[in-house]
Design a binder for this molecule. Structure first.
Ligand code: 5GP
Length: 192
């Protein structure tokens, strides 16, 4: 496995696995090593989300225009009617800055990026300990409508079936333990 300076990092998971919390912990521990690739999405902003910081929030016309002019390295309709895409410009911006691009991405997007980025990114799959726990986390998060909750759970079985396509699987049974496992992997692959 290369630890070359051009390598990127993919972190993927079924929705509600605790991926965002782990990514926050990662960014806090390595504030200059990684830069988060800011995706475009047609999903409306949640409370506290800032355009250009958490996502580039686009209307569907603007997203379609970006698809048409080949601005995306990959894009997915992650949930029914909600599109998310990785902007080519983000990858080049981050690489120019000398940081490692970090992709917080759904499972299909993570599979695509592994094919599209050379050298192949390091890829980590965050796994919730069980479907029941995932459901509870999504309910506790209070960000999902009943429809969105159903949608996210319906994808779970498929997403779990893809875990072997990623370099590492971290079971998020305990946040501190999972974060330590993640940091150990990062030190091993990206030590500078
Ligand atoms: P959320 O709506 O909770 O922010 O994100 C929903 C899912 O979309 C998460 O799994 C997130 O990682 C994924 N996602 C975010 N940006 C992208 C992207 O650019 N491409 C793809 N394929 N998925 C993304």
């Amino acid at each position: 496995m290369s630890s070359g300076s051009n390598q990127c990092l993919i972190i993927t998971a079924p929705s509600g696995a605790g991926k965002s919390t782990l990514i926050k912990a990662l960014m806090a521990k390595y504030p200059t090593l990684f830069q988060f690739s800011i995706s475009a999405t047609t999903r409306p902003p949640r409370q506290g989300e800032v355009d250009g910081q958490h996502y580039h929030f686009l209307c569907s016309e603007a997203f379609k225009a970006a698809q048409a002019d080949n601005s995306f390295l990959e894009w997915e309709e992650v949930y029914s009617g909600l599109f998310y895409g990785t902007l080519r410009s983000e990858v080049s911006r981050i690489q120019r800055s000398g940081a490692i691009p970090l992709f917080d991405i759904d499972v299909n997007g993570g599979l695509s990026l592994q094919q599209k980025i050379d050298p192949k990114p390091l890829s980590i799959f965050i796994k919730p300990p069980s479907k029941a726990l995932l459901e509870q986390r999504l309910i506790d998060r209070k960000t999902e409508s009943a429809e969105s909750l159903r949608d996210r759970l319906a994808r779970y079985e498929y997403e779990i079936s893809q875990e072997t396509s990623f370099d590492y699987v971290i079971v998020n049974d305990n946040l501190d333990r999972a974060a330590q496992e993640l940091f150990t992997l990062i030190d091993k692959h990206f030590a500078r």
